[in-house]
Design a protein around this ligand. Structure first.
Ligand SMILES: Cc1cc2nc3c(=O)[nH]c(=O)nc-3n(C[C@H](O)[C@H](O)[C@H](O)COP(=O)(O)OP(=O)(O)OC[C@H]3O[C@@H](n4cnc5c(N)ncnc54)[C@H](O)[C@@H]3O)c2cc1C
Length: 541
């Protein structure tokens, strides 16, 4: 197939255009597919100030975007972890989910070693240096002249609006055609395949393959092709966010955290995402449990005094996915395909993955579509299910009982059957590498009632495709104290003192050889200095 029309110019649309142009057209050097992107001049993008996961670095490298140029253009900072605060109890306690752990293969028993100790230091501090790096507000990069015996993995916080703009300029300069117009109607042929789209000012656009990046509207995949939605709101209760941007010239905290903070509030949680010129904060909450006014008040209270003149924005969202993300000659990428709330920063990742898989499964002719799309749909379904399990786990393991919301999320009917089966397994043994090579545990058959597997061949997905392995699960399970009772049962209550693994103990001093994050941003990507601004109350402690 020789031509592609992407409808929608949000992050998903431009990531898809840039990635496919990189992968299929060698960044415009050897064009084999004509790529056009249609974007409305009137309908704004979502863009709230996004956190990402390390897959973004792969996308940038295939696109051919230099990292520092990207960071300058998108006001990006480095993200090395998510810090979860107040998720177990509403008492200020926290745990991290970082991107790097020490190399402890082939026999990775870090979890078991920690569980069989007195747990006097957090699990992560025994097997990762990265939480110490985060606590010290360091970048992952060594100071000049210093060598490190490891490399820390990282992702970015960024302004997704600027990211989309910069990918647009980059892609257009390399051969992607950009059409600014509103799509008005969509034509299908007698088989139900999309044959073209009509616009208000650019005529009719045709292509062999169409990508629906129209955001939650899903103009092609849902409204035209009628692909149903698999709803996850039974397991993830949050459906709205109230967001605010805090410019550094008024609220510079004196540092730039190299991690995302996710603090549980009364009826959801607030993200705190630092960029180069501002912080984005957003309270993700459940509209059945808290009004807009109360959510806004709680967000302002989270920040502290001084935000009275700063406006907020409300964003409604639906959690779930299209049952088929690729139907006929239409692929849905980004919010048009689905969304699972932003707790683990997987929104842009799913767009990124959608683009990567489409490049890998690019149909050379129409006859290849049934098999390629079936495989694509299965791989994407896997990932959605995996993300659902992982995010669902953060909520259902809480011990908070201070509001109806936190009491509700712990109820058995709020735990999806796939996750319940995993949690049941981990009452017998801690998570380990092989759990993630075949993720089929007894009890998962109950999920047949809940998930519609018909669009992916009726066969339940079983692997996580390397998104999160046992280490990530262990961060959450131990951080949320899920296996406390098991540890007593398995190892008794009189256990030896916790000690870090040898690699961590040997290399903890190296944290001081890393560059301060804010200084690195100032020196390497031109972040301004905000020395005179006032720090918000409580920040940096
Ligand atoms: C509250 C919230 C928080 C989030 N936080 C994160 C995060 O921390 N990390 C992360 O990775 N992701 C996050 N996401 C997800 C992330 O914002 C999206 O995945 C990403 O922005 C991609 O959006 P999109 O391009 O699919 O949709 P949109 O940004 O909505 O873009 C849709 C595009 O379609 C165009 N369009 C629509 N209709 C038409 C038409 N008729 N004609 C022509 N064009 C049309 C619009 O103009 C626009 O360009 C979050 C999402 C929400 C809702």
């Amino acid at each position: 197939m020789k031509s592609l029309l992407i409808v929608g110019g949000g992050s998903a649309g431009w990531m898809t255009a840039a990635y496919l142009n990189g992968a299929l057209n060698l960044r415009g050097k050897r064009p084999s597919v004509a790529i056009t992107l249609l974007e409305s001049p009137d309908i704004p993008r979502i863009s709230v100030g996004e956190a990402t996961i390390p897959s973004m670095r792969h996308l940038l490298s295939v696109v051919g975007f230099n990292e520092e140029d990207f960071m300058r253009a998108a006001d990006a900072t480095i993200k090395q972890s998510i810090k979860y605060q107040n998720w177990v109890h509403n008492d200020g306690s926290f745990y991290h989910h970082p991107f790097s752990f020490v190399p402890i293969q082939p026999l990775d028993r870090a979890g078991e070693i920690w569980l069989s100790s007195d747990q006097s230091i957090p699990f992560l501090d025994t097997c990762s240096i990265q939480t110490a790096v985060c606590n010290a507000n360091r970048s992952p990069f060594a100071q000049a002249g210093k060598n490190l015996p490891y490399q820390l993995n990282y992702a970015y916080h960024m302004n997704a609006q600027k990211f989309a703009d910069t990918l647009r300029d980059f892609s257009v300069a390399r051969g992607v055609q950009h059409v600014l117009a509103n799509m008005t109607t969509i034509d299908t042929d007698e088989r139900g395949w999309v044959s073209g789209v009509n616009t208000d000012s650019a005529g009719r656009l045709e292509a062999d393959l169409f990508v629906d990046c129209t955001g939650f509207r899903g103009h092609l995949i849902a409204q035209t092709l009628g692909v149903n939605f698999e709803d996850y709101s039974q397991f993830l209760l949050c459906d709205r966010a109230v967001t605010m941007h805090l410019p550094y010239h008024r609220f510079y905290p004196g540092l730039v955290r190299p991690y995302t903070t996710a603090t549980a509030l009364s009826n959801g949680w607030v993200w705190d995402i630092p960029m180069q010129n501002q912080r984005s904060i957003g309270y993700v909450h459940a509209s059945d449990f808290i009004s807009k006014e109360a959510a806004e008040a709680e967000l302002r209270a989270y920040q502290g005094p001084g935000t009275e003149d700063i406006s907020v924005r409300f964003v409604d969202f639906k959690v779930g996915r299209r049952k088929s993300l690729w139907k006929n000659n239409c692929v849905a990428i980004g919010l048009a395909g689905g969304f699972i709330e932003p707790l683990e920063s997987t929104g842009l990742y799913l767009s990124d993955l959608g683009a990567v898989l489409l490049a890998e499964h690019w149909p050379r002719d129409e006859a290849a579509i049934p098999e390629l799309s079936a495989r694509y749909n299965r791989l994407m379904a896997n990932r959605y299910y995996e993300i659902l399990d992982f995010i669902n786990m953060h909520y259902c393991l809480t011990k908070r009982t201070d509001t109806a919301f936190w009491r509700e999320v712990q109820k058995p009917e709020r735990i999806n059957p796939r996750l319940a089966a995993k949690l049941a397994m981990w009452q017998h043994k801690p998570p380990s590498a092989h759990d993630f090579q075949d993720q089929w545990f007894s009890g998962m058959e109950n999920g047949a009632d809940v998930f519609d597997l018909s669009a992916i061949g009726g066969r339940p997905p079983v692997d996580n495709g390397g998104l999160w392995d046992h280490k990530s699960y262990e961060c959450i399970l131990y951080g949320m104290h899920y296996l406390d009772d098991c540890a007593d049962r398995w190892f008794g209550t009189n256990r030896p003192k916790t000690t870090p693994l040898p690699f961590v103990a040997r290399n903890m001093d190296s944290v001081s050889a890393l560059q301060d994050h804010a200084h690195w941003l100032q020196n390497s990507v031109g972040m301004k200095s905000y020395h005179d601004a006032v720090a918000p109350v409580g920040w940096g402690t």
